[in-house]
Design a protein around this ligand. Sequence first.
Ligand code: GDP
Length: 310
Amino acid sequence: MSIPIRNVAIIAHVDHGKTTLVDALLKQSGVFREGEDVPICVMDSNDIERERGITILSKNTAVKYKDTLINIIDTPGHADFGGEVERVLGMVDGCILIVDANEGPMPQTRFVLKKALEKGLRPIVVVNKIDRELASPHAAVDKVLDLFLELGADDDQCDFPHLFASGMGGYAQNDMETKGTDMVPMFEAILRHVPPPVGDSDKPLQLQVTTLDYSDYLGRIVIGKIHNGTITMGQQAALIQRDGSISKGRITKLLGFDGLKRIEIPSATAGNIVAVTGFADANIGETITCPNEPMALPLIDVDEPTLQMT
Ligand code: GDP
């Protein structure tokens, strides 16, 4: 049986508090408990990065709230990473727009919001840092609405759910009248306003490669979303490349996200985001599929150089 999933991107101007807010969600989720043993941890982005000098390209975080697995995908705010932003936004069904209560929307807010609106996403707006003395949270909401209108958002998008938060204080609240005590309002907003991923776990496997990573230990690591089907550790699979060629192989490692870590999992169903090894030639946009009925997903554009890693 598959567990409920939500895939959500987090978008913000630099310094508006993305990292702090995600940390607060992690601390209060069922996944991350200090001092708890983590099952077969293959990679810890900090330790392994330090130890082996690998680059962690994607910033995927998974938190569990009630019974739902929430994949939170960080989005680079900078225009130089436009392609990466689009790929991330293509994997999710909703996004959280964080705006500093004092500064209001800034250039990177505008850049990423424009892309999110173009993808048809309806953002949840989180006005952050409300603990600060000068904070003007309602003015920030008004400015966000102005920006939505200016960017041509539709009526539904303009009717965005909004919350107030202090990532640093570890709380979120639905209005400015009652002070929040924890991050529950934000978890609830995600469950309520981010639709579950579409996809059929009973169909043949289709996983789209969205990010590449590499480690000396595991070789090329492919990160992507399972659009259809179920993927199982050790299974035979096929890679359909950009030029249409098909190569067969095997899933030699299957990793799911757990907090900031990646853990080995036996299988994963449609809608989930996973990391796999076994396809050293895979590139961004390509499809890992079932060897008997190989079917490619529509290619996604790559507008920046693909990393060459051997
Ligand atoms: P990011 O660049 O969006 O990931 O932002 P960070 O989470 O790194 O935060 C940027 C700065 O804002 C840091 O100095 C944080 O300590 C501070 N900060 C983040 N969240 C809050 C908050 O809720 N309240 C206040 N007062 N400061 C915050």
